[in-house]
Every structure is written in structure tokens, then in C-alpha cells.
Design a protein around this ligand. Structure first.
Ligand SMILES: Nc1nc2c(ncn2[C@@H]2O[C@H](COP(=O)(O)OP(=O)(O)OP(=O)(O)O)[C@@H](O)[C@H]2O)c(=O)[nH]1
Ligand SMILES: [Mg+2]
Length: 300
């Protein structure tokens, strides 16, 4: 008898949803950065353990949308919680409950969703007991199935999560092959890795106004007989001045981004990669619905 557990991971930006997804799946499939609004699409992480297949749906941080892009990100969260066996509400234990958590809780209540609350970043608390007021405040808002304080980064209490989630599995055929960690394509993962390095190396708003497209992904055998992938990527940014900053003086910045990305992409694909990155300007693309959808920058 096989089982499935579809679990949406929700919460405000930057609380650690993608870090949790990667931890649960045991592979890095979702990009992580210290900047809020890193994740833009729903990303399925798949873990098959014994008879049970878990599908973790990493979602964009929930927020009041200010651009067309953000509207799609919010819609993506709503669709994700529609049909799951359980939702995780992840919160930063060091932050006060905000309207974002309240709104998510309202939508859980409307749907009667079973919710596990994960209070992350307990490593930042001065004492263990400091988690108690947060547990009390959240408990007043919803009848959570379970509340688990953790530090995903430092792996504190994280072994408690999967056994709790296992209880929500329901009988059924597995949805994905048992040996995959995500249903996202290698092309998508490569573009995300490049976007992650942009988030890591660029300041302020610039990376939020970027998107990455893969234009070439082709395999060949080099002169020495080794396999190599030629990967051509384009970073799309909003302004000419941003383009200059992404490229940097004498191309140094873009070189750093490329070197960091190539290393991760080679780890992902398991072969040598020849990565070429170009930078293009497309003004105001974050308000351009057609551009966002045609290029899969956010979900429909
Ligand atoms: N101190 C601390 N930092 C953490 C912990 N877990 C994750 N982080 C950091 O929090 C930041 C955000 O992590 P992400 O996993 O990208 O957060 P997210 O919720 O997916 O963010 P969005 O995609 O923007 O919604 C990163 O810098 C992580 O390294 C933790 O347990 N403790
Ligand atoms: Mg994320």
C-alpha cells in the first residue's frame, strides 16, 4: 500500500521555507538568500521514504503585492494550499506575529486546512524558554496540529518534523517517480542558481528586478573526450544603470556571479559546464504580465 503526503510550506518572506524544503528533501532544489522574496514560483520537492511519497510545495513568501510579479507570487501561495493534506506555517520566532501570518491563518480557517506551525530560527533566541510566549500567542490564533520550534540552519529539533508530517499521508499511487527530488527541469534549476548568486552579490533592489533565462543548454564531448555542457544564460534587468552594476568594473562582478553559479551547476549536473552569461535590459518587466508568464518567471 503506497501513500502520499502533499504539504505546502507557507509563511512570510525570509523565514526559512526554502531552507526547510531543501533539508526535508535532502538536496538543494530551492534557492536561499538573506533577502526577502527570493522564491518566485511554487517548487515541488519530492521525498520518497519507504511506502510514502512526500511532496513539499515551497512557496513564495506571502506579502501584500506591489507589482504584477508579486501578485502572481501571492496567487501561487493561495493555489498551493488549496488541495494539500497539510500546510506548514513557518514563522521567524524572533519576529512578532504580523498581518501576513494572520491572513494566512484566515485562509487556512476558511479551508479547514490542517496546519503544522514551525517556529524557525530558535538559534537566535537568548534562552530556550524565550520560545514559550510565541507558542502561546500563535496557539490563540489557530488550532495547530502541532507546533515545532526549530533551527533549520543549525539543525536543532529538525528530526522532529518528518515524523509529524508522516501522519498526514493518505493512501494512493505515488505522483512522481520515486527517485526524483523535484519535478523542476534542469534548465529551471540552472536559472535559479544564477539568480541566487545575483541575490548574494548585488545590493538592494537590483536582484529583485532581475530574471534569468537559459537560451542554450547543449551537451558535447570536448577534444579530450570529456562531456561538457554549453550553457548560455541571459540576466534580464530593469535599467541600463543596473546592467552596468551587474557587469561591474572590467566585468568583475559578472565574473564572480558566473564562477559561483558554474560551480553549483556543475555539482547539480555532474559534468563540466561552459557557462556564458549575458545581461539585457527590459524596462519595467515586473509589471509586464505577458513577459512574466511567457518566460515562466512566476506561476500563472
Ligand atoms: N539564524 C537562522 N537563519 C536561518 C535559519 N533558517 C534559515 N535561515 C536564513 O534565513 C534566510 C532566508 O532563508 P530562505 O530559506 O531563503 O527563506 P524563505 O522563507 O524561503 O524566503 P522567501 O523565498 O524570500 O520567501 C537565509 O539567509 C537563511 O540562511 C535558522 O534556523 N536560523
Ligand atoms: Mg524561499
Amino acid at each position: 500500500m503506497t501513500k502520499n503526503a502533499f504539504i505546502a510550506i507557507t509563511g512570510r518572506p525570509n523565514v526559512g521555507k526554502s531552507s526547510l524544503t531543501n533539508f526535508l528533501v535532502g538536496e538543494k532544489i530551492s534557492i536561499v538568500s538573506e533577502k526577502p522574496q527570493t522564491t518566485r514560483n511554487r517548487i515541488n520537492g519530492v521525498l520518497t521514504k519507504g511506502d510514502t511519497q512526500f511532496v513539499f510545495i515551497d512557496t513564495p513568501g506571502f506579502l501584500r503585492p506591489k507589482t504584477k510579479l508579486a501578485e502572481h507570487m501571492v496567487k501561487s501561495v493561495r493555489t498551493s494550499v488549496d488541495d494539500v493534506d497539510c500546510a506548514i506555517l513557518m514563522a521567524d520566532v524572533t519576529k512578532k506575529i504580523s498581518p501576513v501570518e494572520q491572513e494566512l491563518i484566515r485562509s487556512f480557517a476558511e479551508r479547514g486546512t490542517q496546519v503544522v506551525l514551525i517556529l524557525n530560527k530558535i538559534d537566535l533566541l537568548k534562552s530556550k524558554s524565550a520560545v514559550l510566549p510565541a507558542i502561546a500567542q500563535y496557539s490563540e490564533l489557530y488550532d495547530f496540529e502541532e507546533i515545532i520550534p526549530v533551527s533549520v540552519k543549525n539543525r536543532i529539533n529538525t528530526d522532529k518534523i518528518l515524523p509529524v508530517l508522516e501522519k498526514f499521508a493518505v493512501e494512493g499511487e505515488h505522483f512522481f517517480p520515486d527517485d526524483i527530488a523535484t519535478d523542476r527541469t534542469e534548465r529551471f534549476l540552472c536559472s535559479e542558481i544564477i539568480r541566487e548568486k545575483l541575490l548574494w552579490t548585488m545590493h538592494d533592489e537590483i536582484p529583485h528586478g532581475t530574471a534569468v533565462e537559459i537560451e542554450q543548454f547543449s551537451q558535447r564531448v570536448n577534444k579530450k573526450g570529456a562531456e561538457i555542457i554549453d550553457l548560455g544564460a541571459v540576466i534580464i534587468c530593469e535599467k541600463n544603470s543596473h546592467k552596468g552594476m551587474i557587469i561591474g568594473k572590467d566585468g568583475e562582478k559578472l565574473k564572480t556571479i558566473g564562477t559561483l553559479a558554474r560551480k553549483d551547476i556543475e555539482d547539480l549536473l555532474g559534468v563540466k559546464v561552459n557557462l556564458q552569461i549575458f545581461v539585457k535590459v527590459k524596462e519595467n518587466w515586473r509589471e509586464n504580465e505577458r513577459f512574466i508568464l511567457e518566460n515562466n518567471i512566476a506561476d500563472e
